[in-house]
Design a protein around this ligand. Structure first.
Ligand SMILES: [Zn+2]
Length: 242
């Protein structure tokens, strides 16, 4: 990791501290994935957002990701060696998302970060689901006549959720796991935003320890120490620890 990226990442860590998961994922991309504008990042379907988070993770910490999972059958702990490339899916086809069921014809769009930011304040899970559905409705017709999304029955909302999930599989990354002890097979959710944030927190704590030791030993400023390559920093740390 270059000194410039380390300094930006530390600033991003500070900004993320008091944010929600959705806000954090956006902050990290806005500050560290500068290929796209903030407006574009906010309106990326969640699968593409996760794809960019995976790519960012690879740039910051490499392609290999270690993780743990507990077998839901026998509670055995599995050590997972994941690779960014294995979790990257090609972007979904740009086909119109249309649900035709029970006399309704509903045209949908994929949910994005703006939608998650909007519903994160709703305490009621059911209200959040219905609001998300309504926001993702482009057009709702009942017997050919336009109606508001709030009139759509629950069974169709469930169908719409299934349609959207199938159209953007990377929005909810799941891992195909097998327990070596009891042979149980299951799908485990993998939250790249949460995973990356925990790594950044651990990285920031290690960096603070290093800066603390070097500043105390040599009187250097935080900026001086951050500007140093990790290799040089390590050389001085070894001497401080002798
Ligand atoms: Zn098991």
């Amino acid at each position: 990791m270059s000194a410039g990226i380390a300094s930006t990442l530390l600033a991003a860590w500070e900004r993320c501290l008091l944010q929600t998961d959705t806000e954090r994922a956006l902050t990290l991309l806005v500050m560290l994935d500068t290929e796209l504008s903030e407006t574009t990042l906010r309106s990326l379907p969640l699968g593409q957002r996760n794809g960019r988070l995976l790519a960012l993770r690879e740039r910051l910490f490499g392609a290999r990701m270690a993780s743990l999972a507990a077998c839901p059958n026998c509670a055995e702990t599995l050590e997972l060696n994941l690779n960014v490339a294995d979790l990257q899916l090609p972007p979904p086809a740009e086909a119109p998302l249309v649900l035709v069921q029970d006399g309704f014809r509903i045209q949908l769009r994929l949910p994005d970060s703006r939608d998650l930011l909007h519903i994160q304040t709703l305490a009621d899970v059911d209200a959040a689901r219905r609001t998300l559905f309504a926001r993702c409705c482009v057009e709702v017709l009942a017997s050919g006549e336009p109606v508001i999304p709030e009139t759509v029955p629950e069974v169709l909302i469930a169908s719409a959720e299934a349609l959207l999930a199938a159209a953007d599989p990377q929005a909810d990354i799941s891992l195909d796991l097998n327990c070596p002890s009891c042979r149980h097979a299951w799908l485990a959710a993998f939250d790249i935003a949460g995973y990356l944030w925990r790594e950044i927190q651990a990285w920031a704590q290690r960096l603070f320890n290093d800066v603390h030791l070097l500043a105390r030993a040599y009187g250097w400023s935080e900026a001086d120490i951050l500007a140093m390559s990790p290799l040089r920093r390590q050389c001085y740390l070894e001497r401080v620890r002798q």
